[in-house]
Design a protein. Structure first.
Length: 129
């Protein structure tokens, strides 16, 4: 899983990535909710709730941002309105988030982030001269 993320930046870049996750999730919620509102309860949970919720929390961010981008692209193609500027920008944001990763303020950083490895001090009795 570590291969999916180049790093988990903190500070202003981490906050920017968190805002990007919120932006992609909220745009998906708006467009998918308007497009797929008559779904059944199970479909509603799996298509409209889970991807943006887990994306907002930052869990498996690259996977769920790809899912959101693909579903938004299917919305644009089914509406025959691929030049809807906010929807197109949301698809681009989704692609950028896929490539950048979740940032330090996410569950991915907590689960898959870099670890501090503490080695015990060397015992001078075991050293050979």
């Amino acid at each position: 899983m570590q291969r999916l993320f180049s790093m988990f930046p903190a500070g202003p870049p981490g906050i920017a990535l968190m805002l990007l996750r919120f932006s992609v999730a909220s745009a998906f919620w708006i467009y998918a909710g308007a497009h797929w509102s008559p779904l059944s309860t199970v479909g509603f949970v799996f298509i409209l709730v889970m991807p943006p919720l887990l994306l907002t929390l930052g869990l498996l961010t690259p996977y769920f941002s790809v899912i959101c981008g693909i579903l938004e692209t299917s919305i644009a193609l089914s509406r025959h309105d691929i030049f809807d500027t906010p929807l197109f920008l949301s698809i681009l944001n989704s692609a950028a988030l896929t490539m950048l990763g979740p940032g330090a303020y996410s569950l991915d950083a907590r689960i898959f982030g870099r670890r501090l490895l503490s080695l015990p001090p060397r015992n001078p009795k075991n050293l050979r001269n």
